[in-house]
Design a protein around this ligand. Sequence first.
Ligand SMILES: Cc1ncc(C[n+]2csc(CCOP(=O)(O)OP(=O)(O)O)c2C)c(N)n1
Length: 251
Amino acid sequence: MTHYSKSSHVGTCLSIVEILYVLYFKIMKVDPENPLKPDRDKFILSKGHGSAALYSTLAERGFFSKEILNRYYIDDGILPGHLDMKAVPGIELSTGSLGHGLSVGVGMSIANMLDNNPGNIYVLLGDGECNEGSVWEAAMLASHNKLNNITAIIDCNKLQGFGNTKDIINQENLAERWKSFGWDVLEVDGHSIFDLESCFNQPATMNPKVIIAHTVKGKGVSFMEDKLEWHYKSPNTQELEKALKELSRAL
Ligand SMILES: Cc1ncc(C[n+]2csc(CCOP(=O)(O)OP(=O)(O)O)c2C)c(N)n1
């Protein structure tokens, strides 16, 4: 998708594929035939520049035809480069301006609590995104209200758009920070389907839960892994072929 549209964020997307797979195929109660079912689980991709990964997952899960994926990030396309909740079924929130997803997720979580709605809320954030103060306001509100129907997942790939997360604003001891904000914290290899599933299945306590997923930006493609430039670069024809070969070998 990023090759055909000559667009960015392929590294961002490859960082979260396993997380999206586990959520949409193993954990979340969603119904592609009835995408607005009131008691569904809801997912927000707060790092909305990873849209291609979510669009593909939703198409694979049957929310819309895979042909629509060819209309990504192009003039007169259907799927904008940053997520648009009106573009296709299954997208719960338009995102792209970082730092808003958790606040909206907390609102959804409070609404479900008040309505006795059993739906759970999942919000995936970037580690760079956690530099945004609004993330921490939402975190405080969630623990104050004992929102145990919300799970945040931090895609901790240690890179942002223009550098290493630790050099931009160091978030050493991210787990301790979330703990101090009253959240239950789990840490996991964000590319292990088995470990992710077991984290999501941990029984709820009275607190909101955060899963710190240690990931690699560009995972699965040797020349993209952990390389800053693949935040913005788009693969050319040779790079696309090499990448697809490596990814299909890994299956
Ligand atoms: C409010 C806001 N500020 C800046 C940007 C520009 N921006 C896009 S991606 C990005 C880096 C995000 O890093 P991270 O959250 O770690 O995501 P990942 O490394 O997985 O791409 C930035 C700063 C933005 N989209 N929104």
